[in-house]
Design a protein around this ligand. Structure first.
Ligand SMILES: *[C@@H]1O[C@H](CO)[C@@H](O)[C@H](O)[C@H]1NC(C)=O
Ligand SMILES: *[C@@H]1O[C@H](CO)[C@@H](O)[C@H](O)[C@H]1NC(C)=O
Length: 385
């Protein structure tokens, strides 16, 4: 009996990761034998997701960066990639595929009550993870879906690769935590949903074609990642040179392969595995920006993911994001922040509109005072499809 093609793909992925593991010592130095000072902080694991401590911990995770990647991160990323590859090659996850919601925050999760409404009744098809900057003191107690969902976190800063590292930690924790996690949506505390969960789920997991149509239809495509991939934007030359001039990214990333896109994406599982496994580009993108470039040109989180995915699997990315943002009148690299007075059904309709296959499912950036007006239109507008 012939192997089904997903099986073959899984085996190929496993084989290639195994090959990478064998090659790894030559590609990159092994983690130091001496554990880093933060050794006692375990990388987020299946059980550790619940035990992350609410993101309020003090110095936890402030490890030595000497020699590049911190050892605990390196172990986490390797384990997530290898276990995911092994899981892909083995039995399928039981139950329906899930959407993992990855919240990257450095302040209160003000919109948690809105997300609770969005999640409600769909708990078996989603999971939640939070990476909260340890320096952030979250004043609002986490609501039920967020309680115990904090992953081991490290400090994050703007104009710095720490935002990429945090996103990779979230992806790794979610990969390890639940083999059913099939899509990974990166969100911030300023993001809100624009549609109901079932509408999002139907977009990500289209129902299989009916048996009669199936024979005529072309083979189902592999799930795509929803990530913006742009080229030729005016700010790209300075973004490219920000880490030490025109040659700083060579040879791994020639300028022609350099991409830009929104920081907020929804990745398919195989791309999440790729991101946590990858080290070649990451080693380049995590180099700090030159001080004179840091102010205006240092947004590595807008480049690393689109550049990597466009290099590795250009046909597997939708090239647009499901998360709407308004850059009109942006100030110091921050997009327009909506305030309570702007929240209307008309705004929701405008933000949903998209020129792509799917409407926008999420939007940012919303000020905390938008919670009440958003809750007021949640059932009648936001979650009404
Ligand atoms: C985008 O923000 C600008 C203000 O910076 C505002 O005038 C405009 O209405 C916003 N667009 C949408 C679609 O909300
Ligand atoms: C869709 O495309 C048109 C024409 O290029 C453009 O004016 C409009 O802003 C686009 N809409 C969105 C939501 O991006």
């Amino acid at each position: 009996m012939a192997l089904s093609s997903p099986m073959v793909l899984s085996l190929l992925l496993f084989a290639s990761l195994t090959a990478l593991l064998v090659l790894a010592p030559r590609l990159s130095p092994p983690p130091p034998q001496q554990p880093a000072a933060d050794e006692q902080a375990p990388p987020a694991t299946g059980s550790g997701v619940g035990g992350g401590g609410g993101g309020g911990g003090g110095l936890r995770g402030v490890g030595s960066r000497a020699g590049g990647e911190e050892a605990d991160d390196l172990r986490l990323f390797r384990r997530a990639a290898l276990e995911s590859a092994a899981a892909a090659a083995g039995a399928k996850a039981a139950g329906p595929p899930k959407v993992a919601f990855l919240f990257l925050t450095n302040s209160d999760l003000t919109f948690a009550p809105l997300w609770e409404r969005f999640f409600s009744g769909h708990e078996s098809r989603l999971s939640v993870y939070v990476h909260a900057d340890p320096a952030a003191r979250l004043l609002l107690p986490p609501t039920p879906s967020f309680r115990g969902r904090f992953v081991a976190a490290k400090p994050t800063r703007r104009a710095d690769a720490s935002l990429i590292a945090a996103a990779r930690r979230l992806l790794a924790a979610a990969l390890l935590d639940d083999p059913a996690n099939a899509y990974f949506a990166l969100l911030s505390q300023h993001c809100v949903p624009l549609h109901s969960f079932p509408r999002l789920y139907a977009a990500l997991f289209p129902p299989p074609p009916s048996p009669s149509a199936a024979s005529a239809a072309p083979r189902r495509q592999r799930p795509r990642s929803y990530i913006e991939v742009l080229t030729g934007e005016p700010q790209m030359p300075s973004r490219y040179a920000a880490r030490g001039g025109e040659d700083a990214m060579l040879p791994e990333v020639p300028y022609e392969r350099f991409r830009i896109g929104s920081q907020f994406f929804t990745l398919a599982r195989r791309h999440a595995v790729l991101v946590v496994w990858e080290r070649r580009l990451w080693r380049k993108f995590r180099v700090p920006c030159l001080p004179e470039m840091a102010q205006d040109s240092c947004y590595p989180e807008e480049h690393y993911f689109p550049t990597l995915l466009d290099m590795a699997d250009p046909g597997g990315v939708a090239r647009y994001t499901l998360t709407r943002v308004n850059w009109t009148g942006s100030v110091e690299g921050h997009p327009h922040t909506y305030t309570a007075a702007e929240v209307t059904p008309g705004l929701v309709a405008e933000l949903r509109a998209s020129n792509h296959t799917h409407p926008h499912m999420f939007a940012r950036k919303f000020a905390p005072d938008c919670l009440a007006p958003l809750l007021a239109i949640a059932d009648t507008v936001l979650f009404k499809d």
